[in-house]
Design a protein around this ligand. Structure first.
Ligand code: ATP
Ligand code: MG
Length: 564
């Protein structure tokens, strides 16, 4: 079946072994079960890739199931965002979209059955008494005085709970397992609690809601899931997962398999904290391009391929830990390098005037979309007497090995020609505002006719043809590799104050002005950029996805920790 050549993936090995052994008739059925209480993040992408990936690898299917058992926190907005993000990532659940709330009737009937079998009871202790009675790791639990109610009394009470006769907290339905069990999850865990809350799908039909542990495995069973893949925090819940299947004597027994959550350095992943950042306006919404959400990454210009590639490359582990974010950044660059057309844009313009070029003339040079893939085609870029180059590409006093603009130095304008800086114009404050240059009319295309060597190449745009744009430069959202792990400090203290820089007066080549929202480019020598959602023809707006090289690694090597 699966060649074991890629990164370690014990879940795949397990599934392969089951298929080979003919378990479940060789069938593979997985599900991705998000709770619609927030937007999906890069960690969820790992789970999506794993579940959909295994299903397709073994000729099976993967369902989308919204785990909507908690009415208080769940919203339609999240359901819509989750659907959009999974599709964008490249996966398709076809018509198999389910909701745990769609099983509420069945789950209720099963609860009645468990009561009937003497395996569940209504407990009328207060929440505090229940907590106290559970004991802890060192102390056995104590049985509730209501534990031995008769079946009839339990059935009657449970039905009255459902009918809305009681306030929240008055009663809960508990599984009757073992109050002395070594695993706390098995000490008569709650199955249903009363919640007088409106549900985003079932409205006011229910005022009792099943607990996750009760609902999840049974939902898996209803859907015929064979491998129920979840993260490590559920490992201790597996005996309970299996207990419900056993207690109801269900024929189909899905198997729960746990793996370690994916996390990255310099990133905080948890819906609760992401929600906090949104609510406290520390970022500009769930799809802020600095967010590790799929919608944020999409808006940032990250490709779904890069996310799928990194998810595959990190493998599947049984141990929690953080993956170095530079691995993700590497995948982002790799894929954009192969796919993003090259364009020219000048972020901080400095005017360059070619004195021996006629005022009214213009010409259009051929520029390839990707010099490494000539077959990918190209476009024409306009050229005239006045251009813009990058302020950073000029030094009045050139250091050693400076091949870009300096007085008297000849430089290549990418795809255009060779120019030499003859004079520097300054304003009243002594700032350089213009370079007066001459060009070699015989260097069209960028090569000297006599073969003389010109080492420096700069990007540029035509002043007359260029379009003004705004660019947002993003940096990592946190300055600390493990923002949650610094003792005595709040993670929000490590938010990078320089994670967003807005550059207003950018000049872009005209072909960029009409690029559609979401289009991705490499601005030559500057980085990878993507057209933002809010971009308009009148005011193009680009987000920097990522720089060309890993400038952080260099910074950290030189100065210790960045941002400090
Ligand atoms: P968070 O901890 O970020 O709030 P969650 O686990 O509460 O996430 P769910 O909506 O319950 O979010 O998760 C849906 C699925 O995605 C679950 O199967 C969960 O185990 C998995 N998942 C969540 N976070 C990660 C992660 N960081 N890496 C891998 N899988 C994850
Ligand atoms: Mg959860």
């Amino acid at each position: 079946m699966s060649e074991n050549s890629g990164p370690p993936n014990f879940v795949r090995d397990l599934v392969a072994a089951d298929v080979a052994a003919g378990k479940h008739g060789g069938r593979v059925m997985t599900r991705f079960p998000p709770e619609p209480n927030g937007y999906l993040h890069i960690g969820h992408a790992k789970s999506i890739c794993l579940n959909f990936g295994l299903a397709s690898e073994f000729g099976g299917l993967c369902n989308l199931r919204f785990d909507d058992t908690n009415p208080a926190r769940e919203e339609q907005e999240y359901v819509d965002a989750i659907r959009r993000d999974i599709r964008w990532l490249g996966f398709d659940w076809q018509e198999r979209e389910y909701f745990a709330s769609g099983y509420f009737d069945q789950l209720y009937r099963w609860a009645l059955q468990l009561i009937g079998k003497g395996l569940a009871y209504v407990d009328s202790q207060s929440p505090d008494e229940i907590r106290e009675g559970r004991g802890n790791f060192y102390k056995k639990g104590t049985e509730s005085p209501y534990r031995n109610r008769s079946v009839d009394e339990n059935l009657a009470l449970f039905e009255r709970m459902r009918a809305g006769e009681f306030p929240e907290g008055a009663h809960v339905l508990r599984a009757k397992i073992d109050m002395a069990h070594g695993n706390l999850n098995m000490r008569d865990p709650p199955m249903y609690r009363i919640k007088h809350a409106h549900h985003h799908r079932t409205g006011d039909t229910w005022c009792i809601y099943p607990m996750y542990d009760y609902a999840h495995g049974l939902s898996d069973a209803i859907e015929g899931v064979t491998h129920s893949i979840c993260t490590l925090e559920f490992e201790d819940h597996r005996p309970l997962y299996e207990w419900f299947l056993e207690a109801l004597a269900l024929e189909h027994r899905p198997q729960q398999i746990e793996f370690a959550k994916l996390n990255f350095t310099y990133v905080v992943l948890s819906k609760r904290r992401l929600l906090q950042m949104v609510q406290e306006r520390l970022v500009d919404g769930w799809d802020d391009p600095r967010m590790p959400t799929l919608s944020g990454l999409r808006r940032r210009g990250v490709t779904p391929e890069a996310i799928r590639n990194v998810a595959e490359r990190v493998g599947v582990s049984k141990r929690d830990g953080s993956v170095d974010v530079t691995l993700f950044e590497h995948e982002i660059r790799e894929h954009l390098n192969a796919t993003a057309p090259r364009r020219m844009a000048v972020l901080r313009p400095l005017k360059l005037v070619i004195e021996n070029y006629p005022e009214d003339a213009e010409e259009w040079f051929d520029a390839p979309d990707n010099p490494e893939q000539p077959e990918a085609g190209g476009r024409k870029v306009p050229f005239c007497r006045e251009l813009y180059i990058e302020q950073d590409d000029f030094r009045e006093v050139a250091p050693k090995k400076w091949y870009r603009f300096a007085p008297g130095q000849e430089v290549r304008l990418r795809y255009a020609c060779l120019v030499t800086c003859r004079e520097v114009v300054k304003d009243a404050e002594g700032r350089v505002v213009e370079l007066r240059c001459t060009w070699d009319p015989n260097s069209r295309g960028g090569d000297a006719p006599d073969g003389r060597r010109v080492r420096g190449t700069s990007h540029w745009v035509s002043a007359r043809h260029a379009v003004a744009a705004t660019v947002r430069l993003y940096d990592r959202l946190f300055t600390e590799a493990d923002p949650l792990g610094v003792e005595g400090r709040d993670w929000k203290e490590f938010l990078n104050p320089n994670s967003l820089e807005v550059v207003e007066d950018v000049r872009i080549e005209p072909s960029l002005a009409t690029a559609p929202v979401g289009a991705r480019f490499q601005f030559e020598r500057v980085g990878y950029f993507c057209v933002d959602l809010d971009s308009t023809a009148a005011r193009p707006l680009f987000n920097r996805t990522i720089g060309l090289k890993d400038s952080w690694a260099k910074l950290e090597a030189r100065e210790g920790k960045p941002g400090s």
